[in-house]
Design a protein around this ligand. Structure first.
Ligand SMILES: [Zn+2]
Length: 97
C-alpha cells in the first residue's frame, strides 16, 4: 500500500521524485500523520517480511506448521495491525477488491 500512497516512486524509495519535505509534508490530521520523507523509508526489510507472511496467511499458508494457535503471539499481533492498516488504506484510497 505504500507504493499507492507514494505514487511517484512505485515502491522504490531511492527513485522517489516527489518526496515529501518539511516544507511540503504529507499530512493526514485524522490519524495524526505528518510525513516529511517518502513513506517507504519507514518500512524496513523486516516489516516487508512480516507483510509478505501476512499476505501468505491471507492465502491460507501460515508461517509455522499447524493452526492459528501454533503461531507466535508476535506474528498474530503484527498480522492484526497489518490487516487493519490494509483495510484502512483500501477504504481511504477507494481500492476495489
Ligand atoms: Zn516515494
Amino acid at each position: 500500500m505504500c507504493g499507492a500512497i507514494c505514487d511517484t516512486c512505485h515502491g522504490d524509495p531511492d527513485t522517489c521524485h516527489d518526496m515529501p519535505s518539511p516544507a511540503e509534508p504529507i499530512v493526514d490530521a485524522s490519524i495524526d500523520l505528518l510525513l516529511t520523507e517518502c513513506p517507504l523509508r519507514y518500512v524496513t526489510s523486516d516489516v516487508w517480511h512480516v507483510i509478505e507472511l501476512v499476505e501468505m496467511m491471507e492465502k491460507g499458508a501460515l508461517p509455522i506448521a499447524g493452526g492459528v494457535l501454533d503461531q507466535a503471539q508476535g506474528f498474530i499481533t503484527a498480522a492484526r495491525i497489518i490487516l487493519q492498516e490494509k483495510a484502512y488504506w483500501k477504504r481511504k484510497l477507494k481500492v476495489i477488491g
